[in-house]
Design a protein around this ligand. Sequence first.
Ligand code: ZN
Length: 136
Amino acid sequence: MKVMTFQVKTAARSDAVDITASVAEKVRESGIRDGICLVYVPHTTAGVTINEGADPAVMDDVLRALDRLVPWQADYRHSEGNAAAHIKTTLTGSSVSVLVENGRLLLGTWQRIFLCDFDGPRTRKVHVTVQGGDPA
Ligand code: ZN
């Protein structure tokens, strides 16, 4: 299995960065025309999600809703002080899968892939693999 990796710089403690173009580039690099692309974020305080990219207010709303659900300060036991970031990562998850058709990500019109940092700003890693389907 070939794993390709790229890095993403985030700009705030909570930040959602559109990584769709970088993932699409890795799909092209893989040479696989039809299959499944897995995007995996190997961090415990950053995750990955698919949502609307046309209006940037959507991901702002998502991040703000997560802030309300999981406040930075609360009755947490984790001594590092970033328990909220760990909890938000569990809520978003660490991977997404996207179908690949004719060498392109089969995303919906409004869908984009976002790396979500919850304890930034930092440089984060994203792993991508593309697995080919059986020939028709
Ligand atoms: Zn921690």
